[in-house]
Design a protein around this ligand. Structure first.
Ligand code: ADP
Length: 448
C-alpha cells in the first residue's frame, strides 16, 4: 500500500533536512576554523609566557634566582631542574609527568586531558645548571568553541529548524489550498452528482499554475454540464415526440384487435398492442426520469397510510404472483403514515413487488414489511428468488441495465424500473439499498 504522505509534508521534510545539513556543515566549518585559530592563539600565548619567564630568569644572578615565585608572573609556566624536579611556578602533577622535549609547541594528552606544551631549556649564568621552563595550557574543546557557540547549537538550532518547518509548512499549505478546493469540488460532483459545482477562485489570489488549472477545470466542467443538459433535453424532447405516434399505434392496434377475424390477425394485432404498451411505459419512465434530472418533477406530498399503499401495489401484482404461485406476505405496522407523493411512492412499491415476483422462484415467497424506526420509516421488499451477483449489484440502478436481456424480454422489462425507484426515493430525501445472494434471494430496503 502507498504511504499517505502529503506533498506538503514531503516538501517540509525535504527542506528541513536540507536546512539541518546546511547548519551542520556551516557550524562544523566555523567550528573547525575557530578551533584552529584558538589552538594557534594558545600556542602563541604559551610561547610568549615561556619566553617572558626565560627573559626574567636570565636577568637574575645566582643569589636571587629562585626568588621569582609570584604565580602572577608564571601564569601557565613551571620551572624544573635539569633532572625534572619542580622548582617554581604553576604546579600541575599531570604536566610534571610529561617528558621534556625542546622544539615547537606540541599537543600532549594526559589521562584523557589535552594540553599544549612548550618546553625551553634555559641558558643560565656560568656555574648554574640549566633549567627547563615549561608552558602548558589545557585544550578544552567546549571552551575553545566558546560557550556562545554551544548555546547556538543547543537552543537556536532547534528553534531555527522548528520555524523553518512550521513556516514552510504554512506557506506550502497556502500554496496548495487550490488543490484541496479542486479535490473537494471533484468529490462533491462525484458523490452528490452536482454538476453545477465549480472550483472556488479567489479573486485576490495569485494567478499561478494552480489558479490557471482551476480556471481550465471550471471551463471543462462548464462544457460537461452543457453536454449533460443537452443530453437530458434530447431524452426529454425525443420522449415527447414519441408519445403521440405511440398512442396512435396503440389505439389503432386496439382497433385492429377488435376487428380481427382470424386467429392469425388477432395474434398480430395483440403483438402490436403489447409492444405499443411497452413503448408507452418506456416513454413515460423516460419522461419521469428526465423531469427528475432537470428538477422539474413536482412532488405533491401528503400523509399517506402506508398499509393502503402496499395493499394497492399488492393488488396490482396479484395476478402475476398467482401465475407463479408466489405467496405475498404483508407486514406493515398499523397507522404507519408517510409524508410522500402518493402516485410516485406507489410506483416505487409496485416496481419493487413486481421485480420480487418477476425474479422470485415459482411457489416462493415475497415479504413486504414496513415499520417506524426513530423518525424514519423502513420499507422492506424481500424475495427468495434468483438473486443478483455481487458484480451486478452496483449496476442494477443504472438506466437500461438488465442482468439477463433474453429472460427479461419475456416480461417486457426495460431496465428503467430500479433507476426510477432510486430517483424517486432520493427525490423524497430517502435512501434505498439492496442485499442479495445468487440463488437465495434479494432484499430491497427503503429508509424514508
Ligand atoms: P427490469 O425492467 O429489467 O426489471 P429494473 O431496473 O427493475 O429493470 O431491474 C434491473 C435489473 O435488476 C433486472 O433486469 C434484474 O436483473 C435485476 N433485479 C431487479 N430486481 C430483482 C430481484 N428482486 N431479484 C433479482 N434480480 C433483480
Amino acid at each position: 500500500m502507498k504511504r499517505a504522505t502529503s506533498i506538503k509534508t514531503r516538501i517540509t521534510i525535504w527542506y528541513t533536512t536540507l536546512m539541518l545539513v546546511l547548519i551542520a556543515v556551516v557550524l562544523s566549518l566555523i567550528g573547525g576554523i575557530s578551533y584552529r585559530l584558538s589552538i594557534d592563539n594558545i600556542e602563541k600565548d604559551v610561547m610568549v609566557q615561556v619566553s617572558g619567564v626565560n627573559e626574567k630568569l636570565s636577568k637574575r644572578d645566582r643569589g636571587v634566582f629562585f626568588k621569582i615565585e609570584n604565580n602572577e608572573e608564571f601564569k601557565n609556566v613551571t620551572v624544573y631542574t635539569d633532572r625534572g624536579e619542580y622548582v617554581a611556578g604553576k604546579y600541575n602533577y599531570d604536566i610534571d609527568r610529561i617528558p621534556f622535549k625542546e622544539g615547537n609547541p606540541r599537543r600532549e594528552s594526559v589521562d584523557g586531558k589535552e594540553y599544549i606544551i612548550y618546553d625551553l631549556r634555559t641558558s643560565t649564568p656560568p656555574g648554574i645548571p640549566p633549567f627547563w621552563i615549561r608552558g602548558a595550557e589545557s585544550v578544552n574543546s567546549s571552551v575553545i568553541l566558546g560557550q556562545s557557540m554551544f548555546y547556538v547549537v543547543l537552543i537556536l538550532v532547534p528553534i531555527i529548524l522548528l520555524l523553518t518547518a512550521l513556516g514552510g509548512y504554512y506557506i506550502t499549505k497556502k500554496a496548495f489550498m487550490p488543490i484541496s478546493d479542486i479535490t473537494k469540488t471533484a468529490d462533491d460532483i462525484r458523490v452528490k452528482g452536482d454538476v453545477k459545482k465549480r472550483i472556488p477562485l479567489n479573486p485576490e489570489g495569485k494567478e499561478d499554475e494552480l489558479f490557471r488549472l482551476s480556471v481550465t477545470l471550471n471551463a471543462m466542467l462548464d462544457n460537461i454540464e452543457n453536454l449533460i443538459t443537452k443530453e437530458k433535453q434530447f431524452t426529454s424532447d425525443a420522449s415527447h415526440e414519441l408519445r403521440t405516434p405511440i398512442s396512435v399505434v396503440l389505439s389503432q392496434g386496439e382497433y385492429l384487435l377488435e376487428i380481427a377475424e382470424t386467429e392469425k390477425e388477432r395474434e398480430l394485432a395483440q403483438n402490436i398492442v403489447d409492444k405499443a404498451n411497452q413503448m408507452s411505459k418506456l416513454v413515460s419512465s423516460l419522461l419521469l426520469l428526465s423531469r427528475i434530472d432537470q428538477n422539474r418533477q413536482k412532488l405533491i406530498k401528503k400523509d399517506v397510510e402506508l398499509r393502503v399503499l402496499v395493499d394497492v401495489a399488492v393488488e396490482t401484482t396479484k395476478a402475476f404472483a398467482n401465475e407463479k404461485r408466489i405467496n405475498v406476505n404483508v407486514k406493515v405496522e398499523e397507522n404507519l403514515t408517510v409524508y410522500v407523493d402518493e402516485t410516485l411512492m406507489l410506483s416505487v412499491i409496485t416496481n419493487l413487488i413486481n421485480n420480487a415476483v418477476k425474479y422470485g422462484k415459482e411457489s416462493g415467497t415475497v415479504d413486504i414489511m414496513a415499520k417506524r424506526e426513530g423518525s424514519a420509516v423502513n420499507i422492506i421488499v424481500k424475495d427468495d428468488g434468483i438473486g443478483i451477483s455481487k458484480e451486478n449489484l452496483e449496476k442494477i440502478w443504472d438506466r437500461f441495465f438488465r442482468v439477463d436481456d433474453v429472460r427479461n424480454d419475456e416480461y417486457g422489462s426495460n431496465g428503467l424500473g430500479l433507476s426510477m425507484v432510486k430517483s424517486i426515493v432520493e427525490l423524497h430525501g430517502g435512501k434505498i439499498s439492496v442485499e442479495s445472494e445468487i440463488g437465495k434471494g434479494t432484499e430491497f430496503k427503503i429508509v424514508i
